[in-house]
Design a protein around this ligand. Structure first.
Ligand code: 13P
Length: 254
């Protein structure tokens, strides 16, 4: 059994680098109790170096970025490209988060970023998820299109570095009781696995980890993880509350 994976997406938090250092230092201290869980912390770009210095010797925690720019050259004001992320020690990149898709990341851009990052040896967390659900089950089409657009014709050699995070937009940033129900997640995870198997071939599907994100807390994580048939979780707000977050990780470890 491969390790479980938790991604901490800090978004634009915390408000200062001092607090970011405090949080990661505390999490790092607890990481000896993480068992078979590996943690990826994705801080804002401006805190990458400080977070990297705290976890530099960790066997349990690695660094992730919340986005990446994959164009050629260096004349791209405001962007953070692959080489800069590599130098900062980043190993994982979140791509296609719904908050990025809402701004300007189309399926085409998501694909370009994904391929660009995979080519450079990053592990990519491809985020997908519907905006809302209706009685016609249109969310299946939305998820299918996002995944098809990203991974159709993806060279097989990259598949082992691809992780799919299912984050329904309606469950992000809500209360813990509004997170997905484990049986709904179980259905989606089977759906995604079938789809990946159809697109990439049945041998490839076991190489891809599937994660869930959206209002995960220490109180709902265990049930979502165990009954939802996923390999890990993508956690936003709760990942900044050290006590809750380390408890969450300990709950899902083997
Ligand atoms: P919350 O856990 O705060 O709902 O955020 C989820 C998310 O968007 C993680 O990428």
């Amino acid at each position: 059994m491969s390790n479980k994976l938790i991604i901490a997406n800090w978004k634009m938090n915390p408000a200062s680098v001092e607090v970011a250092k405090e949080i990661i230092t505390e999490i790092n201290k607890e990481s000896k109790h993480f068992g078979d869980v590996n943690l990826v912390v994705c801080p804002p770009f401006v805190y990458l170096n400080e977070v990297a210095s705290v976890i530099s010797n960790s066997k349990k925690i690695v660094l992730g970025a919340q986005d990446v720019f994959v164009g050629e050259g260096v004349s791209h004001t405001g962007e953070v490209g692959i080489k800069l992320l590599k130098k900062a020690g980043v190993e994982y990149v979140l791509i296609g988060h719904s908050e990025r898709r809402e701004l300007l990341d189309t399926d085409q851009i998501v694909k370009e970023k994904m391929i660009g990052a995979l080519k450079e040896g990053f592990k990519v967390i491809l985020c997908v998820g519907e905006k809302e659900r209706n009685e016609h089950g249109d969310h299946y089409h939305e998820i299918k299109k996002q995944i098809e657009d990203a991974i159709t014709k993806l060279p097989k050699k990259y598949i082992k570095n691809l992780i799919i995070a299912y984050e329904p937009v309606w469950a992000v940033g809500r209360t813990e009781s509004e997170a997905i129900k484990p049986d709904q997640l179980h259905e989606i995870s089977i759906f995604i696995k079938r789809l990946v198997s159809d697109i990439c071939g049945p041998k490839e599907v076991d190489k891809i980890k599937i994660l869930y994100g959206g209002s995960v807390t220490k109180n709902n994580a265990k049930e979502i993880f165990e009954k939802g048939n996923v390999d890990g979780l993508l956690v936003g707000r709760e990942s900044l509350k050290v006590k809750n977050f380390t408890e969450l990780i300990k709950q899902i470890k083997g």
